[in-house]
Design a protein around this ligand. Structure first.
Ligand code: 13P
Length: 252
């Protein structure tokens, strides 16, 4: 059976005290309502990882980062390497998020190198792909996503690919309140699985978790997760409130 995952991308939000409140809030909510067979991951700003790891370890959830360097180590001021992240005990990294592509010039080639770094250091990459509105409106969304997947993941061996999680995040749905319909999500997730099967085989494609992200919240998660090929969510805004986030994790 494929792994189900609900992950919270905090983006650039929360001071230290607020982060502490949110982490303890998640732990309190989970004490009352812990989903079975769902991996929960939080992605706080990296400088709160030590705190997040402590709370996560005690409460059976995982932590990750929102970015890693494409380089191994050395003179890269301001960067954080995969080895450093791994040494804290964090185990996931969001890579290829549309905000990194848009505001920080990350190309699929750069993201491919970050994926390699993550895998090398035992960090599970959550690879984000998804089209912008104009591409959806001109019906290029399948083509765009296929290309993003090919360029960032097709250099991997089958074994390394088996460590990857994919998040389909249509850019027009991110932070807009305009969620993809369950049909749109299912259609794209099934397409992604088809693309993966052609390259890595049916078994690998069937075992890869494909998450949905983009205005997913406590009110719409259930109808999105009910789809055969939707294995959970990568949640932005709604992951900043403990009760909403844990409710989403209980929406299967
Ligand atoms: P929202 O849930 O705020 O739309 O953000 C989605 C996202 O970008 C998660 O990575």
């Amino acid at each position: 059976m494929r792994r189900k995952i609900v992950a919270g991308n905090w983006k650039m939000n929360k001071t230290f005290d607020e982060a502490e409140d949110l982490l303890f809030g998640i732990s309190d909510e989970l004490a009352n309502n812990s989903p079975e067979e769902v991996s929960i991951v939080v992605f706080p700003p990296a400088l709160y990882l030590e705190l997040a790891n402590d709370v996560a370890n005690e409460n059976n959830f995982f932590t990750g980062v929102q970015n890693i360097s494409e380089h191994e180590s050395g003179a890269y001021t301001g960067e954080i390497s995969a080895a450093m992240i791994s040494s804290t005990g964090a185990s996931f990294a969001i890579l290829g998020h549309s905000e990194r592509r848009m505001y920080f010039g990350e190309t699929d080639a750069i993201i491919a190198r970050k994926i390699d770094q993550a895998i090398k250091h035992n960090i599970t990459p959550v690879y984000c792909c998804g089209e912008v509105l104009e591409e959806r409106e001109s019906e290029k969304h399948f083509e765009v996503v296929e290309k993003q997947i090919g360029q960032a993941l097709f250099h991997l061996t089958k074994e390394d690919f088996s460590k990857v999680v994919i998040a389909y995040e249509p850019v027009w749905a991110i932070g807009t309140g305009r969620t993809a319909t369950p049909q749109q999500a299912q259609e794209m997730h099934a397409f992604i699985r088809k693309v993966l099967a052609a390259k890595f085989g049916e078994t690998a494609a069937n075992e890869t978790p494909v998450l949905y992200g983009g205005s997913c919240n406590a009110a719409n998660a259930r109808e999105l997760f009910a789809n055969e090929d939707v294995d959970g969510g990568l949640i932005g805004g709604a992951s900043l409130k403990a009760s909403d986030f844990v409710k989403i994790a209980n929406s299967f």
